[in-house]
Ligand binder design. Structure first.
Ligand code: AMP
Length: 554
């Protein structure tokens, strides 16, 4: 259709900067609280877009970020994709080897990095310079004083980078299929897989999640995403918040519960979002300290299952929990556990039962649940199978990973790897995971990588790692090891854990190493982790170590 424009991000900011010009964007930073309005924000995104042009970033080229949640990171959210480049948010908590793979696979041309993360990035780059060969510029998120003494080259600071540029920018009319964002998922065996978000995927996700059936965001909200901006665009909240013209609050680097409570109170936050671990911390803090959270109306909890008890406790504080499920592959939101009309009058047990499920699909998505025989399971709340999903903001492929595409997609459906039931009212509930990974505090740990590391030790005959339930972190890794003949059990546990610590981030270290005589196997000879989970999982929930397999190390 002549003159027709595609679904892109730019009009969201165009509207906010004109109709909500005075609405604030507030950010906690190392240097104190930053505060400006949408009008200034738009000027700064234009400066950034001009700066990217000045150093020759072309349409479709990737711009990496290695940052926490703050206003400068948010400037890349519109400045990069609306200029035609592709915003690639990199998770700074990943092992170096994954960061190296991701930067080289994405061929990032420039990387924005927080002062507190610059050393981590510099170490990864120094360890494998080839993987950073595409990077022509590093930019520290701050002013000249914020630039640390690290070996990233060439290195400048953000304020100098954008400083002399014009606040006018001729924003291009982009096509809907222009790649706008990118995020790698580690919820997988093998190397992380890249998911690209086109302009129209982000537009569709924004429009769907604004609605009451999604996250229900409006101009009067004050939105604080605690979920990191490197996790699928902070669940899209910077886009939704802008689309409705609401106030943004960014909690900055590594916020603790006192920081969060302080920001909620000072900025009158109405809506926040993050993984359960964050809210356990806040609830504990509230037991000890006084805080006025009366502005807070809703918390979106996702990434891992929100426990029923957490939903109840926030209800008691007058704060509604919206339990949401999603995936990197889905931009990310899929379902939210809102009650249907009439359910409000159900007794508390039944209501909480529904709200603790992963919920109802957001309008725009379709799903089916497929059992081991390839048949769709009935919606009876009991039969289970793998959740397959499709829709405008669901990817249909991974970036340059044909083997994974073959495995994880079927005729346009994404096979999620989540094993679910669906009840007669249409609420999905995750009952198991088909993928061999562990999610701890919202971050993935690869059991396969840990197993390979353990089995590389001469005194290990067999080893396997399972995720066991954990109250604070939802899941933690525990290693089961069959020692080789003559192995010194007294020292082996410590040695294995030290080996893992040397190679991987601290939080990958298994909580326990248990020695067993044999790893249970399936009929086809594969490790049968289900048996171990059934045998030992509950013992860990109760915080006790089974006597018959007492850890040789802690
Ligand atoms: P990610 O791609 O890192 O966002 O992880 C997506 C995966 O996290 C899903 O496939 C689920 O296994 C898990 N997940 C996300 N949200 C929830 C939730 N509300 N309850 C249980 N698991 C969840």
């Amino acid at each position: 259709m002549p003159g027709h424009t595609d679904q892109t991000l730019r009009p969201f900011l165009w509207r906010a900067a004109r109709m909500f010009a005075d609405t604030e964007i507030v950010s906690r930073t190392h240097a104190g609280v930053s505060r400006y309005d949408y009008a200034t924000y738009e000027d700064r995104t234009a400066r950034l877009a001009n700066a990217l042009d000045s150093i020759g970033i072309e349409r479709g080229e990737r711009v990496g970020t290695f940052c926490w949640n703050h206003h400068r990171h948010f400037e890349t959210y519109f400045g990069v994709p609306s200029s035609g480049a592709q915003l690639h948010t990199i998770n700074p908590l990943l092992p170096d080897e994954h960061v190296q793979y991701i930067v080289s696979n994405a061929e990032d041309r420039i990387v924005f990095v927080d002062p507190s993360l610059a050393e981590t990035l510099a170490d990864a780059a120094a360890d494998d310079p080839d993987s950073f060969a595409s990077v022509a510029q590093f930019v520290v998120m701050g002013d000249a004083e914020a630039v640390p003494d690290v070996s990233l080259d060439p290195l400048t600071d953000y304020e100098s980078f954008v400083g002399d540029e014009s606040t006018e920018y001729d924003w291009p009319l982009l096509s809907g299929d222009q790649p706008a964002g990118m995020c790698y998922t580690s919820g997988t065996t093998g190397q992380p897989k890249g998911v690209e978000y086109t302009q129209e995927m982000l537009w569709a996700h924004t429009m769907a999640t604004i609605t009451p059936q999604g996250l229900d965001i409006d101009a009067g909200d004050v939105v604080m995403p605690v979920v990191p901006m490197f996790h699928v665009n902070a669940w899209g909240m910077p886009f939704t918040t802008t689309a409705v013209g609401a106030k943004h609050v960014y909690p900055g680097p590594s916020p603790d519960p006192a920081d969060l409570a302080g920001l909620i109170e000072a900025e009158e936050v109405t809506l926040t979002a993050g993984v359960p671990t964050v809210w356990i911390g806040l609830l504990e803090y509230l037991e000890e300290e006084e805080a006025d959270l009366s502005s807070l109306e809703r918390i979106v909890i996702g990434g891992s299952a929100a426990p029923k008890s957490m939903i109840e406790r926030f209800d008691d504080l007058g704060i509604e929990v919206a339990h949401a499920w999603g995936m990197t592959e889905m931009s990310p939101i899929g379902s939210v556990a809102h009650l249907k009309p009439g359910m409000e009058s159900w007794d508390a047990g039944d209501r909480y039962g529904k709200r603790a499920k992963q919920g109802l699909m957001v309008p725009g998505l379709e799903f089916q649940v497929i059992d081991d025989d390839g048949e769709e399971v009935p919606w009876n709340g009991e039969d289970f199978g793998e959740l397959w999903i499709r829709g405008p903001w669901v990817t249909t492929e991974y970036y340059e990973r044909p083997e994974a595409n073959e495995e994880d997609f079927h005729e346009g459906w994404l096979k999620t790897g989540d094993v679910v039931t669906v009840d007669p009212e249409g609420y999905i509930q995750i009952v198991d995971r088909a993928k061999d990974v562990i999610k701890s505090g919202g971050e993935w740990i690869s059991s396969v990588e840990l197993e390979n590391e353990l089995m590389a030790h001469d005194d290990v005959a067999e080893a396997t790692v399972i995720g066991v339930p954990h109250e604070r972190w939802q899941e933690r890794p525990v290693a089961f090891v069959v020692p080789g003949e003559g192995a010194d059990r007294d020292s082996l546990g410590d040695e294995l854990l030290e080996g893992i610590e040397a190679e991987y981030p601290k939080w990958w270290r298994p909580d326990d190493v248990l020695f067993i005589d044999e790893v249970p196997k399936t009929a086809t000879g594969k490790f049968d982790k289900k048996v171990l989970r059934e045998e030992y999982g509950d013992s860990f929930v109760e915080g006790r170590v089974p006597e018959e397999a007492a850890p040789e190390s802690d």
